[in-house]
Write a protein that binds this ligand. Sequence first.
Ligand code: HPA
Length: 276
Amino acid sequence: MTAAIDQSLATIRARAPGFMPRLGVVLGSGLGSFADDIKPVAVIPYGDLPGFPTPGIGGHAGRLVLGHLAGTPIAALQGRAHYYEHGRADTMKVAVRSLAQLGCKTLLLTNAAGSLRPDMAPGSLMLIADHINFAGVSPLFGETGDERFVDMVDAYDPALGRRFRDAAKIAGQTLHEGVYIWFAGPNFETPAEIRAAARLGADAVGMSTVPEVILARHAGMKVAALSVIVNFAAGMSTAALSHQQTMESARQAADSVSRLLTGFVADYGTQDGEAA
Ligand code: HPA
């Protein structure tokens, strides 16, 4: 694990000499186009970075894009691996830790999710305020040391959340806020599971993000996360659920996501995230 991180860091530093990103971004299903807005310093396929995931599903490019957005040096992970691909919750461990060691103080996560709220239709954006780890596994299984007992209160940084709200207001966008529940997947949920999730307090459902939040907090990074609502969850509408629909809806929302993220990143750059 450490060897993989060291090798990946050496490759990144060789291809982007002196570049120090302050913000890491993970781009979820259908949201990779945000990386097109980055003025690139280097673009590195995950295949060149030991321990980085090999995304196995459509809509995930599998590249690390290093460059500037709105003046802020950022490192964008275009594509992620999921727990359901290999039954391992730690597939993003090397990638997240490498970003932390490169200098990213914050990790900004995005995903495509299903809505549990009738007032939050497909196309909506939801700031994640908290999560429920319904998959019941941790990317920190097997870790040693007291740091593994990560405090998950305010895992989603409240000050960064305020700045997201400000960015949405400036862009004239509606930004919902709620609790994300992580189901292991890859199958979608049953209607009974979604009713149960709603009773547990969930507002959106998805198959990613939570392990990365845990890894980032363990690595000492602040976290902000955004769900792009791409469907009503199982049993809430007559529309059939499919990955293809997830991708289409995410692509349709990509422009509004980019607008919101760019506003957030520009503000982050002026403050270096530290005043947050
Ligand atoms: N459930 C789980 N994951 C998802 C969904 C959903 O309804 N939509 C997009 N990702």
